[in-house]
Design a protein around this ligand. Structure first.
Ligand SMILES: N[C@@H](CCC(=O)N[C@@H](CS)C(=O)NCC(=O)O)C(=O)O
Length: 209
């Protein structure tokens, strides 16, 4: 398997999950932009993903899987005994889908592009900040009495929420009103899988390519 990733972006979530599961995957760094390119071989990344975004998973049979949520579910189901996703057909699985959808549609796409591309202007950024504050407040209430989104056990939704909510730092959103969310982020950051994924991505980003 190959994971196409860009340091500091949402591709961190499947990167964390690969490490949680102990799966051996090659990491292929992508430089994003109008001329998105796979750095290892200079390939035009849009020949792999026409919309030019990460993450993208290349399976061993050469087929390509895009969309972060689909990739997370696919990986979790490769190693069901690891328990990163509840079994299909259960109420808990539906709850997992609910959180993945919320993180993708309500949080991820509130941060990006509005807070990462100043060209959209201050008004768009302000709207995004308001939306994120409301959504962080909901997560804060949920995390008051549990360690992870689905209860006491870390799962793929946590890898995704950590990835997106941690952008609060880069976008100067204070976590002071959300002490449970802040504690949760530190709890997740302390996991070996997360720490090692972050280390690798930091080193990759420092390569300045
Ligand atoms: N719907 C996609 C969105 C992925 C996405 O927004 N990726 C961002 C990084 S967090 C990206 O690659 N942006 C570059 C671009 O759109 O050109 C998914 O959830 O996988």
């Amino acid at each position: 398997m190959k994971l196409y990733f860009t340091p500091g972006t949402c591709s961190l979530a499947p990167h964390i999950v690969l490490r949680e599961l102990g799966l051996d995957a090659e990491l292929r760094r992508v430089r994003l932009g109008a001329d998105a390119v796979v750095l290892a071989d200079g390939r035009d990344y849009r020949t792999l993903n026409p919309l030019g975004y990460v993450p993208l998973l290349e399976l061993d049979d050469g087929s390509l899987l895009s969309e972060g949520v689909a990739i997370l579910l696919y990986l979790a189901d490769l190693v069901p005994q690891a328990g990163l996703a509840p079994p299909a057909g259960t109420r808990e699985r539906v709850e997992l889908h609910r959180w993945l959808t919320f993180i993708s549609a309500e949080l991820h796409k509130s941060f990006s592009p509005w807070l990462f591309h100043p060209k959209y202007g201050e008004q768009a950024a302000e709207v995004a900040r308001t939306r994120i504050a409301q959504r962080f407040a909901l997560v804060e209430r949920h995390l008051r009495d549990r360690d992870f989104l689905l209860g006491e056990r870390f799962g793929i939704a946590d890898a995704y929420l950590f990835t997106i909510a941690d952008w609060a730092r880069a976008t100067r959103i204070s976590l002071e009103p959300y002490p449970h969310l802040a504690a949760y982020l530190e709890r997740v950051r302390g996991r070996d899988s997360v720490a090692s994924a972050l280390r690798l991505e930091k080193a990759a980003a420092a390569e300045q390519r």
